[in-house]
Design a protein around this ligand. Structure first.
Ligand code: SAM
Length: 287
């Protein structure tokens, strides 16, 4: 069965009385080359174990099942359970778990399903949970590779370089934890129903240790968030809400200069290493 063929999709879903839910971000792929390429590049064949988020009616799951030893998918919509039982009946290495990925302990799920074996994660993510889902996948520490389709702008933001309009606190968060790469773009007309935006497939390879060393990770991310909360202000002014209760504006200026930065710089220009240096100097000063 070609699970990306629009007539097949309509027939199967019609048989099960299934209706797309906009609030669950249900946009199913209709171009069979897309799930095939995602599965090929996901590392599923090399790793053997795969977790999928949101299998829908199973087009990506089937491609993963052809390559991995075992595929476990987490799907929130109970109405898709009988659909998946039909579409993936030929794959005895597929299992679906009903649940919300944001409330699933992914490390425990991997341990339960794969023992001590390594796993990769793969998904055509529903847009409405992109940021928390990527955060949960990275924080679980359970995956060798995370390959996810997301809105194109979000993929660009995640991979953005300092000084660009797309660079954000989330770019820094993801780049702190993983090597990032956009694999390919997927136009909106590859889905049913057609979303308003284009998508891109993102490859994240979690790092063994964070991309930069910091003495105080919490302070590092507080400084990053403060800088991007007021990205139009200079870094010195933007850091006021975090450091202002313990340091005068002159001391914050001295701190920024001690980190080798111009006192008029904006936070959006700083690399991860520069934020790490700034956070370490601030931690020293605050201790
Ligand atoms: N993988 C299919 C495909 O590519 O055609 C469907 C992808 S569709 C964009 C997103 C899927 O995620 C839907 O099946 C939806 O029901 C499911 N989903 C939505 N929210 C979820 C959540 N919080 N946890 C797990 N699955 C979720």
């Amino acid at each position: 069965m070609n699970l990306c063929d629009i007539e097949t999709i309509r027939a199967v879903l019609g048989r099960h009385g299934f209706h797309f839910s906009k609030s669950l971000g249900q946009n199913f792929l209709t171009d069979e080359s897309v799930p095939r390429r995602i599965a090929e590049m996901s590392g599923a064949a090399e790793c053997g174990n795969a977790i999928e988020v949101g299998p829908g009616m199973g087009c990506l799951s089937a491609e993963l099942c052809r390559r991995a030893d075992k595929v476990v998918a987490v799907e929130l919509d109970r109405a898709l359970m009988p659909v998946l039982a039909e579409t993936l009946a030929d794959y005895d290495n597929f299992e679906v778990v009903h649940g919300d990925v944001l409330e699933t302990d992914l490390a425990a799920l991997c341990k339960e399903k794969f023992g001590d074996g390594k796993a990769i994660a793969c998904a055509n993510l529903p847009y409405y949970i992109t940021t928390p889902a990527i955060t949960a996948l990275l924080e679980s520490g359970a995956f060798e590779q995370v390959t996810v389709m997301v809105q194109k702008e979000v993929a660009q933001r995640i991979c953005a370089e300092p000084g660009t309009a797309a660079y954000s606190a989330f770019s820094i968060y993801v780049q702190y934890h993983a090597k990032t790469e956009i694999l390919f773009d997927v136009p909106a007309d590859c889905f049913v129903p057609r979303p308003k935006v284009d998508s891109a497939v993102l490859k994240l390879v979690p790092l063994d240790k964070p991309a930069v060393e910091t003495k105080d990770e919490k302070l590092f991310f507080s400084l990053v968030r403060a800088a991007f909360n007021m990205r139009r202000k200079t870094l010195v002014n933007a850091l006021g809400p975090v450091l202002g209760s313990s340091m005068s504006k002159e001391e914050i200026t001295a701190l920024v200069e001690a980190a080798g930065l111009d006192a008029r710089v904006r936070g959006e220009r700083l690399s991860l290493a520069e934020y790490a240096k700034l956070a370490d100097l601030a931690a020293e000063k605050l201790s």
